[in-house]
Ligand binder design. Structure first.
Ligand code: AMP
Ligand code: ZN
Length: 489
């Protein structure tokens, strides 16, 4: 199998992936702030992080995937207003922050499970790691990287002028980021800030703040957002680790600040590969809560789409391109997914022992396997990989149609399809076992057959509808007779 090549935001180029301690690979992914349901745009980042993980595992790497949950609130949760959304949600709902965080954490875990995202090896809560963050802040303090501001935005701030190459991840210099033009755009910054790009590592809280607040040598308060991810990633993956992930919106500030803090504290390179997923858009605009153009996983389920149809939709675009969300596209994905499941079920039902073309069928499948994994290992090119899968699917659908495939060739094709699915995660294995017809379905199929025999097509159509609505069974008529299969669950 080909070695993995991946785009690294830091070098702005596709590089050969070389882990620090093969076969181990450490991946850190920025998780959600749990104050609301994640929207399907957020899910784009998590699905591709899952593909990254699965692709590495497929090549034999042992992946440790760490994801954080921001449950302490933070003042960057709304870049425009600086509002702490978790704190305000708790006040609005008359709940504690912990209750809000708990509720949305469960909803998040539920969503990612439905999307067939493998559970991260560790899901870590910010509130459980305050001491790790304080230790990191102490180390920054002892090296002279932080200073105190005592006004309304009281707290401890990182002096970005002291970090060499601040801004390198987004390809900017410290001077550019602190230009007068930038100063004009960032009027909301606290007075006393030495540089526009400086950011809080610890915010002091007044007595009115009762929850998610900690005593520390820096005063009573709570952590800045960026320090969370620096502390938790290094705790579980080491001072230098392999891959750090997130959406592209995290490049200029969140990840840039993580690098500055982590490298200043340890003196070592923080991360070797930066993996960033581009935006899901609606009418060309980023899907985001503040724009009001969001859909949750629940919203799309209510419209009758399966979560895996959404996952499939995501896989049809490369993770570094923008992808526009429309319900028409989702409908297409759902239909395509149903037809993929149909072919898998047909292959599982093949019973003839042998066909002359079996040898070439197996060769064809192996060829598709090579194409598929070359695409995946070339910076996780899922659209190209999916094209290779469809090649194999349509070839085998044709063979089944013509009864030109034996059991061994069919199971060879299925084996290759399952290999694809170990990376795509679209649930093909749910359709490989020839499932029994549910009670009552066989009678309806028979009834429909006789209606067709009697050329009562209206009745046949009505029975076809009934089978689909009641049992999720799709009927297909061909020269060979009537076939049935289950559609996506
Ligand atoms: P947040 O809770 O805003 O930090 O977002 C959680 C993850 O989703 C981060 O990795 C974001 O970069 C990512 N994200 C947010 N909005 C979108 C979007 N519209 N498309 C893709 N990823 C997004
Ligand atoms: Zn983060």
């Amino acid at each position: 199998m080909p070695a993995i090549k991946m785009y690294n935001t830091m070098s702005r180029s596709v590089e050969d992936f070389k882990p620090i301690k093969p076969p181990s690979v450490g991946i850190y992914a920025c998780g959600p702030t749990v104050y609301f349901y994640a929207h399907v745009g957020n899910m784009r980042a998590y699905v591709f992080e899952d593909v990254l993980r699965r692709a590495l595992a497929h090549e034999g790497y042992l992946v440790t995937h760490v994801m954080n949950l921001t449950d302490v609130g933070h003042l960057a949760s709304d870049a425009d207003t600086g509002e702490d959304k978790l704190r305000s949600e708790a006040t609005k709902e008359h709940k504690t922050m912990a209750q809000i965080a708990d509720y949305y954490t469960k909803a998040f875990i539920d969503d990612i499970s439905k999307l067939n995202i493998l559970m991260p090896t560790r899901i870590v809560k910010a509130s459980d790691h305050i001491n790790d963050m304080l230790a990191l802040i102490e180390s920054l303090d002892s090296k002279g990287y932080i200073y105190q501001i005592k006004d309304a935005n009281a707290g401890w701030y990182f002096d970005t002028s002291k970090f060499k190459d601040y801004g390198k991840l987004s390809g900017h210099t410290f001077a550019e980021l602190n230009s007068t033009q930038q100063a004009g755009a960032r009027v909301d910054r606290p007075s006393g800030l030495k540089n526009i790009t400086d950011f809080a590592v610890w915010r002091l809280a007044d007595e009115s703040v009762k929850e998610m607040v900690w005593d520390s040598k820096f005063g009573r308060g709570f952590p800045g957002w960026h320090i969370e991810c620096s502390a938790m990633s290094m705790k579980y993956l080491g001072n230098t680790f392999d891959i750090h992930c997130g959406g592209i919106d995290h490049i200029p500030i969140h990840h840039t600040n993580e690098i500055a803090q982590s490298e200043s504290a340890t003196g070592s390179k923080f991360v070797n590969y930066w993996f960033h997923v581009n935006f899901l858009t609606v009418n060309g605009e980023k899907m985001s809560k503040s724009k009001g153009n969001i859909y949750s996983m629940d919203d799309i389920a209510k419209k009758g789409y399966t979560p895996i149809a959404y996952r499939y939709f995501l896989l049809t675009s490369h993770y570094r391109s923008q992808q526009n969300f429309t319900f028409d596209a989702l409908t297409n994905s759902q239909n395509t997914l149903n037809s993929i499941y149909a072919v898998v079920q047909k292959l599982s039902k093949v019973s003839s022992k042998f066909s002359k073309s079996d040898k070439s069928t197996i060769e064809y499948a192996e060829n598709c396997r090579v194409k598929f994994f070359s695409a995946i290992s070339n910076d996780f090119n899922t659209p190209e990989a999916i094209a290779a899968m469809h090649d194999l699917l349509s070839k085998s659908a044709g063979l089944v149609e013509n009864s030109d495939i034996g059991v061994d060739a069919a199971s060879g094709v299925l084996n290759v399809l399952m290999d694809f699915d170990s990376v795509l995660g679209i649930g093909l294995d749910n359709y490989t076992k020839a499932r029994e017809l549910p009670e009552g379905a066989a009678e309806l199929i028979k009834e429909r057959d006789s209606a067709r025999g009697l050329k009562d097509f209206a009745k046949a159509d009505q029975l076809r509808k009934e089978l689909e609505e009641k049992f999720g069974i799709i009927i297909e008529d061909s020269n060979e007779g009537t076939h049935w299969y289950f559609k996506a669950k």
